[in-house]
Design a protein around this ligand. Structure first.
Ligand SMILES: *[C@@H]1O[C@H](CO)[C@@H](O)[C@H](O)[C@H]1NC(C)=O
Ligand SMILES: *[C@@H]1O[C@H](CO)[C@@H](O)[C@H](O)[C@H]1NC(C)=O
Length: 153
């Protein structure tokens, strides 16, 4: 009996930390909800990336090639931050020199934030060889119309 208790608490001890540390995301039930939760979407080129002194945040420098969505009165800045740990939902694998269509839930004039949990534009809307939005994207955006106001960050 005692050994069973010992064993089960050992298992708990061994499995709990990794479970707690994993990045878990909320699902977006509809494309509209995903789009509306996304404050910025942009086709970018990654110019450089570096990690802060503490090793907690990674900072990418971007060149915006085409901005698809931005909060009112915000000019998307060149700096995009993410956590360095995947367990903290960081997105650390983007490559310098490559182009991407990025989106995230937080944007100010000073910095953008991207996490693993951010909504991604469904691939059906992207002409992948050209990395451009297809005409159906604009139709989708028009069909969404005005999103409910996002909480300001
Ligand atoms: C954007 O700027 C305009 C003009 O300065 C202002 O009237 C409006 O309230 C601003 N919108 C937001 C969301 O801050
Ligand atoms: C962002 O910068 C623009 C231009 O400098 C300014 O008009 C706007 O108010 C700023 N927006 C915010 C949210 O601070």
């Amino acid at each position: 009996m005692l050994s069973i208790i010992f064993l089960s608490s050992l298992i708990l001890f061994l499995t709990l930390p990794s479970h707690l540390e994993s990045c878990s995301c909320m699902d977006f039930p509809t494309e509209k909800e995903g789009y509306c939760a996304t404050s910025w979407i942009s086709k970018v080129k990654v110019v450089s990336k570096e990690t802060d002194g503490l090793g907690l945040m990674m900072s990418y420098r971007l060149e915006h090639l085409k901005v698809y969505k931005a909060p009112e009165n915000v000019t998307l800045p060149e700096v995009m931050n993410t956590a360095t740990q995947e367990s903290a939902c960081g997105q650390t694998h983007f490559k310098v020199g490559k182009q991407y269509i990025f989106g995230g839930s937080a944007a100010s004039n000073d910095s953008l934030l991207i996490t693993f949990c951010d909504w991604r534009v469904p691939l059906k809307y992207i002409d992948e060889p050209k990395l451009e939005m297809k005409p159906t994207w604009q139709k989708f955006v028009d069909s969404v119309g005005k999103c409910p106001a996002l909480p300001t960050h």
